[in-house]
Design a protein around this ligand. Structure first.
Ligand code: ATP
Ligand code: MG
Length: 400
């Protein structure tokens, strides 16, 4: 039935050989039916987690209390989860307990949407008690059982409905939309980290414009950090964002550009994004600003660094409607005399050795950054002797 499933087949064979059931479940089955690119292949089994651990050589008990064991096979890893249902939900986010159950049907019944509640075996046979296949065909997002109840159990599902509508370009059932409207305040119980995961996927989906419509129609945006406190920020995004943005740094930089009163660091803090994302968003935004005054220069590409060139190009395309040819940017970068500080033909220790009489201090980093830019602007060749001659003249004038 296809490569990602075939690669996981030994897991199913092993469990079957020992008398257990095992099926493909969740996103991979859905995406396979839709002929979309398949992400993680998840499995469900009636074997208990300890049995799963015993049957496979390399395992990691990533969520053993919820029945999930990660099985490592060749270069892949698979979440193998024991059939389960969930107990009472007290706080709209986590069940008090989970209960292992005997049948795949019961396991499917705890899943959020009908399109995510389909199981498949190695021959492509389907188990579909909630008519998920039909909903895939009619492009509908519908909860397994009553939306109202399912959102009360776990409020994140409201945002998940909207992110799936974006990724799959599906419509959300009226009953589900109504239930989101009525229960939106429950989203406050959900951690920012989980919200960020769903929102990032939402912004990266081809149906992002439709998803923004749903956020507005249900007022769910009023439960989201920053949008909650700044009505006009959401309306800017709603009006102006017309295409998916999958890179978090580009997204944050663009959100900041649409509403400059909210800084990049405010966005990153509110959504608990990593320092790496914050740094990258800042770098591409600064390069964007600089580009507006100087155009494309060696300095600009150097400051971006090789890694951030494509994201920056994407950012200026979003902001200005046009971008550069990536290969052109790469070949320009390739021709830079130096590509990073460590490429400079001289370093701090060299400078100290060169002027043994001078106390260590700020002059060292000042010299290095001045050299960096002279070399970049090709005012000075990147050669040790030439550079030494240059710094000696600086030293001369400073000592006098
Ligand atoms: P993606 O391709 O983005 O990973 P996915 O469908 O695999 O999409 P996951 O978040 O990885 O989504 O979850 C895997 C499966 O677990 C889902 O398809 C669904 O069956 C179930 N699931 C995940 N989160 C929930 C939830 N909050 N409530 C109920 N079921 C859930
Ligand atoms: Mg998944």
């Amino acid at each position: 039935i296809g490569k990602p499933f075939d690669q996981a087949a030994p897991i199913i064979h092993t469990l079957n050989k020992h008398g257990y059931e095992c099926f493909f479940v969740g996103g991979s089955v859905r995406d396979f039916q839709l002929k979309r690119t398949i992400g993680d292949v998840d499995l469900a089994t009636d074997a208990d987690p300890h049995t799963v651990q015993q049957l496979f050589k390399r395992t990691i008990p990533v969520g053993i209390e919820h029945g999930t064991i990660l099985v490592l096979l060749n270069d892949n890893s698979y979440e193998v989860t024991t059939y389960r249902t969930e107990g009472e939900y007290k706080d709209h986010r986590h069940p008090e307990q989970v209960f292992f159950v005997d049948s795949i049907e019961e396991d499917l019944s705890r899943r959020d949407f009908t399109i995510n509640a389909i199981a498949m075996d190695l021959d492509g046979n389907i188990i579909d008690p909630f008519n998920g296949l039909q909903d895939l065909k009619s492009k509908r997002i519908q909860t397994v059982r009553h939306a109202q109840d399912r959102f009360n159990e776990d409020a994140l599902r409201m945002l998940r409905a909207i992110r799936f509508s974006s990724q799959l370009e599906f419509f959300i059932d009226d009953e589900v939309v109504t239930a989101i409207k009525e229960n939106r305040s429950l989203l406050d119980a959900i951690s920012v980290e989980r919200i960020t995961v769903e929102l990032t996927k939402m912004f990266g989906g081809n149906g992002v414009v439709r998803a923004l419509e749903y956020l507005k129609e249900t007022n769910l945006y009023q439960q989201l950090p920053i949008f909650r406190e700044n009505e006009e920020v959401f309306s800017q995004v709603y009006k102006r964002l017309r295409e998916p943005i999958s890179d978090q740094a580009v997204l944050i930089a663009y959100l900041h550009l649409m509403e400059p009163s909210i800084s990049i660091s405010t966005w990153c803090k509110a959504y608990k994004l990593s320092n790496a994302v914050k740094r990258k968003a800042t770098i591409i935004h600064e390069a964007f600003d600089q580009h507006q005054t100087t155009g494309l220069t060696n300095d600009l590409l150097y400051q971006l660094t090789f890694d951030h060139i494509p994201s920056w190009n994407e950012y200026i395309r979003l902001a200005e409607g046009k971008s550069y040819d990536l290969s052109e940017l790469y070949s320009m970068f390739e021709q830079l005399p130096i590509k990073q500080k460590s490429d400079l033909a001289i370093n701090g220790s060299d400078l100290i050795r060169l002027f043994p009489g001078r106390k260590k201090g700020k002059w060292i980093s000042d010299y290095l950054s001045e050299l960096e830019y002279q070399v970049l602007r090709q005012e000075l060749p990147n050669q040790k002797d030439e550079i030494e001659r240059q710094v000696k003249t600086w030293n001369q004038t400073e000592q006098n």
